[in-house]
Design a binder for this molecule. Structure first.
Ligand code: SF4
Length: 283
């Protein structure tokens, strides 16, 4: 038996971003439509946009400022769901280039809190676009990299805002908050893990002994997908845990199960999940 673990597939932030990109393309026929970065972290979504005539500029190995300066008046730029540094808009405004912002409202709330704080400790993953953008929202933001030690001597106030990337794992965030409370007198801690992410992690966390196999569907580039995988691995060492990006990977693995669940990251299309479920049920 295979069950889908809900919530599953796209969250509202991803749905909004894809709808905005398609609306912009429909209303601007004859123009070049570019997504600046990956609209959401899923290759199937990038392909779908490409088929729609929306080009994606993958910034992984590119200098974003140089790329922003290459656009011309016939181009339209869409910023991604993860947010972007303020100066990107300033550059396009100066050059008279039209742009649209697909930043998720949940991410914007977090950025607004940083803007109005005197000092912020931002917990996130180095080089993730959401973290890169968050660090530009105020001159007084200290970065707590989840994969590194934090230098507490840099903190100047007794009650800094402590806020985080929306897609972290609640397990790692609990530990980090505890450590911060030990090192700072009166931190103003706001847990910004988005519910779309948190509910999926909790559903995995609470799986019972009757489940022998957990299949996480999503891209390795997707932070919240990888966090689901980490929670599954750390909480259920007795179960078989798989991470699959698409149906082709599934076909290349000899997955055996009695009682399996499929969970997904928030950027994974329902179509990919259904393909994998149907294939495994036929085995
Ligand atoms: S996971 Fe949450 S923060 Fe990220 S796009 Fe979805 S709703 Fe927005």
């Amino acid at each position: 038996m295979i069950k889908l673990l809900k919530p599953i597939a796209h969250c509202y932030g991803v749905i909004n971003a894809i709808e905005l990109a398609k609306k912009v393309a429909n209303e601007n026929k004859g123009k070049n439509i570019y997504v600046f970065g990956l609209l959401v972290h899923n290759e199937e979504v990038t392909k779908e946009l490409d088929n729609y005539g929306i080009k994606t500029i993958d910034l992984t190995f590119l200098d974003p400022i140089e790329e922003l300066n290459k656009f011309d008046k016939n181009d339209i730029v869409i910023f991604t769901a993860h947010g972007h540094p303020n100066k990107y808009e300033e550059i396009l405004n100066k050059r008279g280039i039209t742009y649209f912002d697909a930043t998720c409202p949940r991410v914007k709330d977090c950025f607004n809190a940083i803007r109005s704080a005197k000092e912020t400790i931002y917990i996130g993953k180095r080089n993730h676009p959401e973290a890169n953008a968050a660090l530009t929202m105020n001159d007084h933001v200290l970065f707590y990299d989840i994969n590194d030690r934090f230098d507490y001597s840099l903190v100047k106030t007794d009650n800094p805002l402590v806020i985080n990337q929306t897609t972290l794992s609640f397990l790692e965030l609990q530990d980090i908050h505890q450590e911060i409370r030990k090192n700072i007198k009166n931190p103003n801690i706001i847990d910004e893990i988005c519910n779309a992410t948190l509910l999926r992690q909790k559903a995995i966390n609470e799986l019972g002994g009757e489940i022998d196999t957990v299949i996480i569907v999503g891209s390795k580039k997707s932070s919240n997908t990888m966090k689901l995988y980490e929670v599954a691995k750390s909480r259920h060492p007795d179960k078989n845990i798989y991470l699959l990006e698409n149906i082709e990977q599934c076909k290349n693995m000899n997955i055996k199960y009695k009682n399996a669940v499929i969970a997904s990251g928030t950027s994974t299309p329902m179509n990919t999940i259904n393909q994998i479920k149907e294939y495994l049920e036929k085995q």
